[in-house]
Ligand binder design. Sequence first.
Ligand code: CAA
Length: 283
Amino acid sequence: MDVQKMMVVGAGQMGSGIAQVCAMAGYDVFLHDLKQEYVDRGLATITKNLTRQVEKGRMTEEEKESILNRITPSLDLNNARNIDLVIEAVVENMEVKTSIFSQLDEIAPEHAILATNTSSLPITEIAAATKRPEKVIGMHFMNPVPVMKLVEIIRGLATADEVYQTIEDITRKLNKVPVEVNDFPGFVSNRILMPMINEAIYALYEGVATKEAIDEVMKLGMNHPMGPLTLADFIGLDTCLYIMETLHEGFGDDKYRPCPLLRKYVKAGWLGRKTGRGFYTYE
Ligand code: CAA
């Protein structure tokens, strides 16, 4: 299937990164969000990232401008009426996602693929909100999107082979590595990553070591680029909690029980880097 025109729904950290790599690969992309300020913030992040590439001599100013010109801001979901692929990257909330998918199903052309960047919600359930479940698929990028190589591609129960193949080909064109997984809570990435982060929070909660010591052990001892508590702040503690709850509910196994300290931080509004405070404080 030939994909030329895309729309990324959600201009936050993930959505803006996805729009950036799609435009860099030569696709025309609408960057859609509810408010102008959200889209502006997303575009500002993309501009900053591309400017750094120019400064490092990896891209010319002209290339930067043509990438930016391929991204069109959008505040109207009806812009999806001419696109071939939508990648949704809004909040991790099933009601919000199913509402967007059922609207997109009405607006987007019949051939269009509807992908979701969900980090743990069932693709099959999101697909059921549409009349084209065979064209719904998970396309899970990692944060920061411009840097991380992996895209987990998740088949829903009804996803067509042709749709899977198209998404795998596009992922390669984005200079990423596709890995196929099935539709289980947390897929592979978060089924393994989040319990590790949750365990690190338990270690802090139970007084096994300081936050710095826990991070240092995992950084230097396991060669992780970031310690698990730093990584939790980077991902967002609300997102970590949400994913743990999805795993806990999805598997019904107490080994996925979110640590009470994680709940407490989220209740306090200490969500990590994005709010200036999580396990660490940020300027
Ligand atoms: N956006 C764009 N580029 C970024 C960036 C960002 N937010 N953060 C860092 N970079 C770039 C830097 O510009 C730099 O690029 P150059 O080498 O081309 O100059 C490069 O990444 C390395 O950055 P730094 O030297 O500043 O720092 P670093 O070596 O510590 O790398 C990191 C930063 C890539 C974020 C690294 O710490 C890392 O890999 N951390 C772990 C990230 C991770 O695990 N991500 C997965 C999270 S889980 C997830 O996303 C799934 C989910 O569903 C929750």
